[in-house]
Design a protein around this ligand. Sequence first.
Ligand code: CTP
Length: 413
Amino acid sequence: MNYLSGKHVLLGITGGIAAYKAAELVRLLRNADAGVRVIMTAGAREFITPLTLQALSGNPVHTDLLDSTAEAAMGHIELARWADVLLVAPATADSLARLVHGRADDLLTAVCLACEAPRAVAPAMNRAMWDNPATRDNISTLAARGLHVLGPATGEQACGETGPGRMLEPQALVDQLSGLFRTGRLAGRRVVVTAGPTREAIDPVRYISNRSSGRMGFAVARAAAEAGADVTLVSGPVALETPPGLQRVDVTSAADMHAAVMQRAPDSDIFIAVAAVADYRPQASATQKIRKSEATMELLLERNPDILADVAALSGAPFTVGFAAETEALPESAKNKRIAKGIDMIAANLVGEGLGFEVDENALHVIWDGGERELPCTGKTRLAVQLVELIADRYDSRQTQDKVTPINAKDTA
Ligand code: CTP
């Protein structure tokens, strides 16, 4: 499975002879349908021109930390946030040493320091430099900090020697990068996710709906599938492609969504309600188009079923996660909403004025019984991966609790 489709790959190129292979790497990443942005160090630009990488990536190449125009367009923090994964390839011995020391005196090192997405390095250097204890220590330090070390390969080197230190071939790097998203955290779990808006018919040509694009729900469903879950995505009307490796059920109204979910929820382990379900629907939907007549008209609305609350109320309910879209004061109302709906976890986000709906970035405040965590502003894909990790943690701990409960119950009996 290609996990890179739709992902943002930030590629840092440093000054080694293998830099010329970065052109092929970018081409393969684009073929895998990843969005690619490139950062080049001054050394890298001695080996290959930014123009080549710009043409292949389809984006301007980033080179300078202190270029005020570049910073205004997309500065080091924006680049770090944009990334779903950061790869330094080739990573020279010097660049590894600089990463170990947390240097931030050029764009690439500053971005590496600011980036909270998974980071990987593809070392490329002479075999003696690779074998040197200084480099070995640097690699161990970076690996211990959670950086993924891809390669190096062994073979003939540009300097004429043979041994370990060749950069992995571009295709191998793409495969390994894709594999970083396959966490297996939800392997074997059945997950149902709702996404998008619902449409509540007024008559055959009109409806009530909202501005949800479905992007967050689709990102969550995709992250769950990548974590190994068997995912059913119940989606309202959206203009989004189905992410790979999951089953999609299209619905229109809240009542349709309710029926589709209630059919599947009893057999699921986790239910994540991301959809912006209309709270009300017209009490009667006209069978013919309503003609204009009076200066004003009244539309009588009635409550829709609350899908999330109904799933949470099932006996043997799955682990339930809700979303709360708030236009003000987040945590308190979200905490109350979690308790009122009887759900395990709630992810609250601010909406309105460029936040939440129809934008690529978001931030979440996630609350569960006895804990909470802020997931800072980042791309929705990355945010969804972080949320799914958190859900997997809480789900696991609930499973553990459930196992110990009968023993406690017996003890107190
Ligand atoms: N939800 C649902 N079915 C509904 C309404 C909401 O499953 N009929 C789910 C949403 O998918 C979301 C959560 O419940 O996970 C949102 O709860 P809701 O009380 O609708 O939140 P807000 O719309 O933010 O709250 P309010 O209407 O009180 O402002």
